[in-house]
Design a binder for this molecule. Structure first.
Ligand SMILES: Cc1cc2nc3c(=O)[nH]c(=O)nc-3n(C[C@H](O)[C@H](O)[C@H](O)COP(=O)(O)O)c2cc1C
Length: 210
């Protein structure tokens, strides 16, 4: 049974994580419900020379063409599309990931504002006890950012900052992106082979036990 995952891009730096995550979800035959903010369009252009369409129907065609080889299904919804399934607790996705997540959207979710479809979908996922994962990007974090994250964490939200490790000897930016995307897929139980798992190769030197 394919998983239904709501994926939202907001206007924080880190769009390559979001686009790669979308590709991997579709490759794993997920049903993806995609939302993105206006500033996400600006960031996608700035970071990836990617022109995300301003209309949901065009966006759907754009991504279906881009990821035509992948078996998953994709539905894109606009920021005020209140008849989208993600707007209601009667039809929540199994999980939602906001990647990348701005401090603004994070604050709005922490306060339960629900004033656009991204915030509302997150509110629904939270109230229905489904998994919500935020990939917050800012540096440094202010006390307000940290307090909002703590509040969300206490409500059961997974705060997964895009902090790639270097112990797998990344060779390029794609390796760094895949490190974070692999952790996100693990969180929602989607299989992948993006990188070897720590300790699986059996080639590490074995030290003394005591
Ligand atoms: C190129 C660019 C990069 C940005 N990077 C970040 C960022 O890393 N983190 C952040 O919180 N906001 C960042 N912002 C600011 C947010 O996009 C802005 O606060 C916006 O109102 C957030 O709206 P949204 O959450 O609906 O996307 C960036 C803006 C631009 C144009």
């Amino acid at each position: 049974m394919p998983k239904t995952v709501c994926l939202a891009f907001t206007g924080a730096s880190g769009m390559p994580y979001g686009i790669r995550l979308l590709e991997c979800l579709l490759a794993a035959d997920c049903r993806v419900q995609l939302l993105y903010s206006q500033v996400a369009q600006i960031v996608a252009r700035q970071e990836m020379d990617l022109e995300l369409p301003g209309r949901a129907a065009e966006a759907q065609t754009f991504f279906r063409n881009r990821f035509a080889d992948q078996p998953g299904t994709l539905a894109v919804y606009g920021r005020e599309e209140w008849f989208a399934p993600v707007a209601s607790g009667s039809n929540p996705p199994e999980a939602m990931i906001v990647c990348p997540c701005t401090m603004g959207t994070l604050a709005a979710i922490a306060q339960g504002l629900a004033s656009n479809l991204i915030e509302r979908a997150a509110d629904v996922v939270l109230k229905e006890g489904r998994k919500l994962i935020l990939v917050p990007r800012e540096t440094p974090f202010s006390a307000i950012h940290l307090e909002n994250m703590l509040r969300l964490s206490r409500a059961g939200v997974v705060i997964l900052p895009p902090n790639p490790g270097f112990y797998h000897h990344p060779q390029n930016i794609g390796d760094l992106v895949d490190f974070v995307v692999a952790r996100l897929l693990d969180q929602i139980g989607v299989e992948h082979a993006l990188m070897p798992r720590w300790g699986d190769s059996g080639s590490e030197a074995r030290g003394d036990i005591v």
